[in-house]
Design a protein around this ligand. Sequence first.
Ligand code: GRF
Length: 204
Amino acid sequence: MLRIGVLASGRGSNLQSIINNIQEGKIKASIKIVISDKKNAQALDRADNYDIKSVFVNPAKYSSRMNFEKELLEMLNNQGVELILLAGFMRILSPFFIKKYRGKIMNIHPSLLPSFPGLHPQRQALDYGVKVSGCTVHFVDEGMDTGPIILQAAVPVKRGDTEETLAARILEKEHIIYPEAVRLYAERLLEVKGRTVKILEEEV
Ligand code: GRF
């Protein structure tokens, strides 16, 4: 069974959606460790609720980003992690880290990439005046939200939306497409060629 490691910094609702899908037998995988760079991340409590190993790694304790990342890598390796999921992890991973797990790190971002990468994508979408936004699951490369796109879902922007109302509407879709992307990966139904991710199931 696919061994997953999750990196999270906060609420952990995407982590929860993946746990739920595993529990329901929809994803053939198991989460071996949840690591947070924030002591009070709700994501750690969610892991505890399911007896999933949860660890707070304090970045302030490390002399450099590389040393912090080496610690993360050691923890992930010790658990035999094969796929890393970023779920609201508020740090950029360095090329050093990414090289070690190339093609094996996924992220979810609350916009239709390549529009509105980086911080506050929902606010960026509202400020720009788009009528449709959404969310994207992608493999992580060295850039900021630039890796090959696995799945996307569109969400309408409604009159009177605030950052919060739009974020909430997008989040509902996040909780559908992130588990689905993990399922496809676990079933080896994703094939990456350059920027393009082919979903093998669609051919059936
Ligand atoms: C989500 O909106 C995700 O797309 C973004 O950060 C947020 C994390 O939420 N990367 P949660 O911690 O999964 O609830």
